[in-house]
Design a protein around this ligand. Structure first.
Ligand SMILES: [Zn+2]
Ligand SMILES: [Zn+2]
Length: 667
């Protein structure tokens, strides 16, 4: 090596690479993709070597402290990919790199003790499976995909298959072809579907050639799975969001299952969307990408319609099973005839009764946890709110506490109003706890289980509940969106949706899409066996197109309605959105700063479409007031550059925080 300076990326929010001189003793071992210790503002930190140069723009260049790695931990491809993330998601190169390597090796060295077992997977738990015979539709889909695998060319397929149409079998057989060509595959699934059911399908088919990556692994175990891929002992990575950074050297296929899931978007910096990173990576590797879903995101379906993606449809369920019949129950009528707010309509109660009497199972879905979601005083009307957030507190019966679902603030539920010291406290609104309690009240001999983030905090409880349901020990499962996806239990013949309105009323332009998606997904849990199935949807908005089209299993019609509204209101997929959030503990300071920042953005680029500033839907969170500014443009990169420029010179008052989110998933 003769280069004088190393270009080092550092995982700090400073948008540049730093130059360090290479001492003689390191000139042989330093290389691009290796980590180095470098002095930085009176401390020593880890940096990543991303390049070399003969000149430096800094006068006094410091020396590299030491070289950490024997072999580069970042390939040239990974450097390109992380650089792409930097350009598109308003972060620095170092921050993007940090997201791409497993936690275990971030802090410097990794101790691989002899105590660690080879893998967390016990193969004997997974009976081997051979490829299934495909339906005509599956066969056709597979053929098109295999052609692209064989050519080794970049192409994105949108596999739009209704629930239980056998998408996974198509993935498995496509991966089989990839392995035959001595190449590797990445399969992304939402964290929520990383259940034993999903993992089992991959391991049963491919055994120890599968590495499983998810957030519940300890950093050391995660590193071991990562190492299995580096050493090419595993050729298939199955995992959540960050598995897109699996260190494959001969990538032949990427699959993003349930591509519409919002959990593919990372909440922390870098706030990347794994589906888009998957597309960038497929391009870099000239390999095909499959996006699979029963309810494709509007973004992906729009691109498929425009011909940017190749659309493949699976319109029939396997084994010629029928889609469940969906009945919409108008709760306004129920209210009128029964003169009080009922949780369950007569139709739903009768259906539960019928199902249980015939020895079948039911799933009752409500996308809100807790017992009562609205607590107020009978006398003065005071609504109990969180101290730190502009949100109402939810009563949790199990803990006898009022809890804020945004900051986890907890307080004792008072008997007497803390305001007027006179009135009694009333409880309104529905959560899964209340649903569970009402059902046990109505059906006292039935075994019920509840699955939501309150009952699954303990490690293993998620698997235990599903195991009991599968074994038939539990005949009725109540839950949030945790039970809406991916579950495949043939004895479930009834799915009840207690209120479709929860997601429909969210202050978000994706509210209709989320509602359609959830209703379709949860309904898809019914009738996967021989006995057929029915779905009952309770709502106060029975005429809403998201509910009507979901009931008819008509994605196309939903898409036509929804895309028209997105076009009119100028929302994705017609533009990209960048959300700038200004936060401070003082409301005046927050709104003033947000106003000044908006002016600065408009002054820098007069043609940029800027909306706001406006208070965020939850205007205060964890004690901070929040104002949003929205930028709308087709070019993400241009918006990022504009913001980097403006924020680089913007005089931010003390105590104000500014965050930028590209393609935000919530407002
Ligand atoms: Zn009161
Ligand atoms: Zn709170």
């Amino acid at each position: 090596m003769t280069e004088k300076f190393a270009e080092v990326a550092i995982a700090l929010p400073i948008d540049r690479v730093f130059h360090y001189a290479i001492p003689e003793k390191y000139s042989d071992c330093i290389a691009i993709g290796k980590r180095v210790f470098v002095p930085f503002q009176n401390r020593t930190i880890v940096g990543y070597v991303v390049g070399f140069s003969d000149e430096s723009d800094v006068k006094e260049v410091k020396d590299i402290g030491s070289v950490i790695d024997e072999e580069p931990i970042l390939s040239e491809e990974m450097l390109k990919l992380t650089n792409w993330i930097k350009d598109n998601y308003f972060c620095t190169w170092g921050e993007a790199i940090e997201a791409a390597i497993p936690g275990g090796i971030k802090k410097g060295k990794v101790a691989i003790g002899s105590k660690l077992k080879d893998s967390q997977i016990r193969l004997e738990d997974f009976p081997p499976s051979s490829p299934h015979i495909l339906t005509e539709e599956q066969e056709k889909a597979l053929k098109i995909i295999i052609e692209a695998v064989e050519k080794g060319e970049y192409k994105t397929f949108l596999l739009h298959g209704i629930t239980a149409s056998g998408k996974t079998e198509v993935y498995l057989q496509a991966i089989g072809e990839v392995l035959k060509k001595d190449r590797q595959a990445i399969v992304l699934v939402p964290e929520i579907s990383l259940t034993p059911q999903t993992i089992e399908r991959f391991i049963s088919r491919f055994g120890d050639r599968v590495a499983v990556l998810h957030s519940k692994l300890t950093p050391a175990k995660r590193f071991l799975e990562w190492k299995k891929i580096v050493d090419n002992k595993a050729q298939i990575a199955v995992g959540a969001r960050s598995a897109i950074f699996s260190p494959m050297k001969k990538l032949g296929l990427i699959i993003v299952d349930e591509e519409h899931e919002t959990t593919y978007k990372q909440d922390d910096v870098p706030k990347y969307h794994a589906r888009d990173v998957a597309e960038a990576r497929a391009r870099l590797n000239s390999c095909p990408l499959i996006l699979g879903s029963a309810t494709p995101s509007l973004e992906s379906y729009y691109r498929a319609k425009k011909g940017e993606y190749k659309l493949i449809k699976l319109t029939k369920r396997i084994e010629e099973r029928l889609l469940p019949k969906v009945k919409i129950v108008d709760m306004r009528m129920e209210l009128a005839t029964r003169k009080r707010v009922a949780i369950f309509s007569k139709v739903l109660l009768d259906a539960i009764d019928r199902t249980l009497k015939s020895g079948k199972q039911a799933i009752i879905f409500l996308n809100r946890r807790g017992f009562s979601t609205f607590v107020n005083c009978k006398k003065c009307g005071l609504v109990l709110k969180c101290k730190r957030c502009d949100t109402v507190l939810v009563y949790h019966f199990d803990e006898k506490k009022l809890i804020c679902h945004y900051c986890n603030y907890r307080t004792q539920a008072p008997d007497i109003c803390p305001n007027c010291k006179y009135g009694y406290i009333r409880y309104f609104g529905l959560g899964t706890e209340r649903v569970e309690s009402e059902i046990s009240h109505n059906f006292s001999h039935v075994h019920i289980a509840r699955m939501d983030s309150d009952t699954t905090i303990k490690r293993g409880s998620h698997d235990r509940i599903l195991g009991e349901f599968k074994a038939g020990k539990v005949s009725l499962l109540v839950g949030t969106q945790m039970i809406a996806k991916g579950l495949d239990f043939p004895k479930v013949t009834l799915v009840g949706v207690v209120s479709a309105d929860v997601t429909l009323n969210l202050p978000d332009f994706r509210a209709s899409e989320r509602t359609f998606d959830l209703l379709t997904q949860v309904g898809g849990r019914a009738g996967r066996g021989e006995d057929g199935g029915e779905v009952i949807v309770q709502t106060y908005a029975p005429g809403h197109y998201a509910i009507l089209t979901a009931a008819k299993h008509d994605y196309e019609k939903f898409y036509v309605e929804e895309i028209a509204s997105r076009k009119e209101l100028l929302f994705p997929p017609f533009i990209n959105l960048v959300k700038v959030t200004v936060r401070a503990r003082n409301e005046d300071l927050t709104s003033r700063t947000a106003g000044e920042l908006t002016e600065a953005i408009k002054a820098e680029d007069k043609s940029m479409k800027v909306a706001g500033p406006a208070p965020a839907p939850i205007s205060r969170m964890r004690g901070y007031f929040r104002y949003n500014i929205l930028l709308k443009d087709k070019d993400r990169h241009a918006m990022c550059e504009l913001l980097k420029k403006v924020l680089g010179t913007f005089r931010k008052p003390h105590g104000v925080l500014i965050a930028v989110d590209v393609d935000p998933m919530s407002m």
